[in-house]
Design a protein around this ligand. Sequence first.
Ligand code: OAD
Length: 242
Amino acid sequence: MGGSEVRSLAVLTGAGISAESGIATFRGMGGLWEKVPIEEVATPWGFARDPRRVWEFYDARRRQAAGCSPNAGHRALARLEEALGPERFTLVTQNVDGLHRLAGSRNLLEIHGSLWRVRCTRCGEEREDRRVPLPDLPPPCPACGAMLRPAVVWFGEVLPEEVFGRAVAAAEASALFLVVGTSAQVEPAASLARIAAGHGAALWEVNPEETPLTPLCDRSWRSEAGAVLETVAAEALSFLGG
Ligand code: OAD
């Protein structure tokens, strides 16, 4: 039964939590996937066909994210982690923009990777790279000279096993699972909420729109994250017993 000894919280966030920081979401009107074809920029075969095109897309996203700051929603989750302690709080994010870490979140699982990490296509070495813009596209591996790729998960790829395993464990152990700003259309991320509910967790959602998870939710806030997450965090603390 979820959280029988220590009542813990797991949170799943998506692009919606960064919308108020000025980062476009993926789906819906004005979404990123309306403007650029997923196939070309976010698949392994798109990268194999035209690595420079893919790197130009990611370099542009890095430039945009570098100019954005965490908003009230990110900060409310960081404060909630402080109040609960990292052993009772896990933040699982689908976002690659790095804003949760900038806001101070520590027990953070970036299940779709990070814009700020690169991985060598030959030697596999992964490292942080915060240069904006990158001087050469595609960038070469400093260790072996082969081409680097963004250390993000593309369509058609599996999620990093260790990180996703920890996300599943946090979902299974949670007494409360909070979903913020995701359309819940991408698997296996969305199934974390179903796993948590299946293990007895209460399910809460913050999203201005309904999602496929809404019918499963015990509580829903039809609002923007920045406007309500402070209140939701206070309610979560009292639900979990401080
Ligand atoms: P989507 O663009 O699919 O969904 C964004 C969600 O945020 C929608 O449900 C909006 O209603 C909601 N939203 C918009 N503004 C909001 C706000 N201010 N506060 C709260 N919610 C708001 O983004 P994701 O669900 O994150 O994957 O997409 C999942 C994955 O699909 C991404 O990680 C990315 C994408 O393709 C990869 O690139 C692998």
